[in-house]
Structure formats: structure tokens, C-alpha cells
Design a protein around this ligand. Structure first.
Ligand SMILES: [Zn+2]
Length: 348
């Protein structure tokens, strides 16, 4: 009898184990950055699919019908909020998934709690461009904001799958620590060029400029996502000469020929940089994206003849290597509360 009981127990365990193991949460994200965070916080409990692959212009993506089908089966839809993805509403409509509609736990707006830049104070005016009407939406480009986004992600995961809450919280805590380390690392690495004056193509680098200390002097686009006229291109070149700007940043999706022309005319150097995870090969995590961008910027500044500044010993000391797990100094708000690690307290 005991043998039979044991046999039944073994059979039951065998038949249930695979079902439990494969019950993963389905997560669809608009951008690769959210996919990275979802994988890091969700760990083994999630399957993640990103609609963007990395190099695209986030404002201008065509979701495929197959991706609507994917979103139909998703437990979470993770996106930028605001007017960042004007293609989002069509995707949601096509997906017909009540679990991920606005107001449901599966609708995850990563702008939640992010201190936005360039928020208009007056009436929203679309004549200034079709996007950025609620503020600058390129907030993913800062490791301290990634900490805040990890909190948003954790809250959504815990609400949808409370059985694995402890794992999500532990993973999030590790990620928050890693982003704190990354924040210090990139600041230290860029210290000799801190304050570097740059012109960018799109207004995509406002948050990145805080993370590494850049001075944004102007943009090649006169307004968001508007092609410049020849006169406006000339104005940008004049501005760069007046201000001594030696570096032009072109996003992976913008007109690098025009950016190179502007740089050449102004006696500067142009560099194409990814503004999302996986924007170029070898940038498939937050850490890799930031290290890549900082290394390329330094390389470009050097090539343009910008002299590095002497750096104090304190500023030159990088934090511990990213990935090293240390307890967060203040228990950094990953327990689902409303705290904003990094942003409100200034992390480093
Ligand atoms: Zn934009």
C-alpha cells in the first residue's frame, strides 16, 4: 500500500511539475529597454517579446499583425506612456486583450513616477511637432531612471503573479544596485570630458546628458521629427562654430549623411549612437548600452581634438563593477512602494 501511495505521489508530481514550470507570464514591450528590465526582474518566470528591435525610431514603428496576435495573449504590455509611441493605440485596438488595456494591471506605463523634462507649461501645441507634447519621452537613457522603471515593472509583476513576488523583489533589488553602480561607473569614465558640448539630431539625449554630463547646445532638427530647411542647417553650423561644439550625435534612425555634413562644415566629428538597448550589435543590456555610448563619445571627442580635463581622484574612482551584488544602502524601494530610488535621492 505504501508503495502504491508513493507511486501515485510520484505520478502526480511528474504530471504537475511541467505544467507549473511552463506557466510563464507573457510580456510584450514596445521598446527593447523595457524587455531588458522585464527579463532581469522577471527572471525564469517570464517570456518577453519586444516589438522594437533596437535601432528604430520609437516614434515611428509599424507593429505587424502577428504582433497584435502576440499582444492578444500577453499578461503585461509595457510601454513608454505619454505620446512616445503614436502607433500604440492601433496595436492595442488590434490586440483585443482586455487584460492589457488602460486601467488594467497588465497596462504598464513606464513613465509612471519619472521626473520628466521639457514638460510644456501652457496649452499643448502640436504645431511644435507630433510627439514630445507631454514632455521629453526619452527618459530610458539614464540608469537612475531605470531604477525607477524597475520599481514599476516589479509592481506589475507582483500584482499579476503574486506567487513569485519574492523572486521579483529580489531580482529588482539586484537590478537597482547594478544601475546605481552603472551610474557611478559611466560618470567616472566620462569625467575627463564632463560638460562636453554636443549637437544632437533629435532631442533624444536630455536624460542621457544628466547621466554622463553632456552640454546639449542644439539639435539638427529645428523641431521634433521635422526635417530642417537649408537655412536651418546653416544656423546649426553657425551655432556650432560660435559655441565651439566638436561632437555631433546622430541617432541610429536619423539622417547620418546630413549629420556628417553638419559636423564637417563646423569642424566637428559625427558619431552614430544607439538610444535604445540593442540599437547596435553588442548593446543588449543597459550596461552594454551605456558603456558603448560612453566609449564612442570619448573616442569621438578625442578624434575631434577635445582635450581631456585633469580629473580629481574622487571623480576618477569608479564604483564597484556592475553586477556585483551589494545590499542597497537604503533598501531602495523595490518592495512595491511608491519610492523613486535614484531620482529623488540623487542615488550617488
Ligand atoms: Zn523623440
Amino acid at each position: 500500500m505504501r508503495t502504491l501511495t508513493r507511486l501515485i505521489a510520484a505520478l502526480v508530481a511528474a504530471s504537475f511539475a511541467p505544467a507549473v514550470a511552463s506557466a510563464k507570464l507573457n510580456i510584450v514591450t514596445t521598446a527593447t529597454d523595457y524587455a531588458d528590465i522585464a527579463r532581469r526582474v522577471g527572471g525564469d518566470h517570464v517570456d518577453v517579446y519586444s516589438i522594437m528591435k533596437g535601432p528604430e525610431n520609437i516614434h515611428n514603428v509599424m507593429a505587424k499583425p502577428t504582433e497584435m496576435v502576440r499582444l492578444n495573449a500577453a499578461d503585461l504590455f509595457v510601454h513608454s506612456g505619454l505620446d512616445t509611441e503614436p502607433w500604440r493605440d492601433n496595436l492595442l485596438k488590434g490586440a483585443r486583450n482586455p487584460r492589457v488595456m488602460f486601467g488594467k494591471p497588465g497596462y504598464v506605463d513606464m513613465s509612471d513616477g519619472v521626473p520628466l523634462k521639457e514638460v510644456p507649461t501652457g496649452k499643448i501645441d502640436r504645431s511644435m511637432g507630433d510627439v514630445h507634447a507631454y514632455g521629453n519621452p526619452h527618459y530610458t537613457l539614464n540608469p537612475q531612471i531605470a531604477q525607477r522603471m524597475a520599481v514599476t515593472m516589479t509592481r506589475a509583476l507582483v500584482a499579476t503573479d503574486p506567487a513569485n513576488a519574492a523572486d521579483y523583489k529580489a531580482n529588482a533589488k539586484r537590478f537597482v544596485v547594478e544601475m546605481g553602480d552603472l551610474s557611478r561607473e559611466v560618470k567616472a569614465a566620462f569625467a575627463p570630458y564632463a560638460g562636453l558640448k554636443v549637437v544632437t539630431f533629435h532631442r533624444a539625449w536630455e536624460y542621457f546628458a544628466d547621466a554622463v554630463d553632456l552640454t546639449l547646445v542644439g539639435t539638427i532638427e529645428p523641431q521634433v521629427s521635422i526635417t530642417p530647411s537649408p537655412a536651418q542647417v546653416r544656423q546649426t553650423i553657425d551655432l556650432m562654430r560660435r559655441e565651439g561644439v566638436k561632437v555631433v550625435i546622430c541617432e541610429t534612425y536619423d539622417d547620418d549623411k546630413l549629420a556628417r555634413y553638419v559636423a564637417d562644415q563646423a569642424g566637428a566629428k559625427m558619431v552614430v549612437l544607439p538610444d535604445h538597448v540593442n540599437g547596435v550589435p553588442g548593446t543588449d543590456t543597459y550596461q552594454q548600452l551605456f558603456r558603448y555610448n560612453v566609449a564612442k563619445l570619448i573616442e569621438t571627442a578625442r578624434a575631434a581634438g577635445v582635450q581631456p580635463k585633469p580629473v580629481t581622484a574622487e571623480a576618477a574612482t569608479p564604483g564597484p563593477p556592475a553586477g556585483e551584488v551589494r545590499p542597497p544602502a537604503n533598501g531602495a524601494g523595490t518592495s512595491g512602494g511608491g519610492s523613486t530610488p535614484g531620482n529623488s535621492s540623487g542615488g550617488n
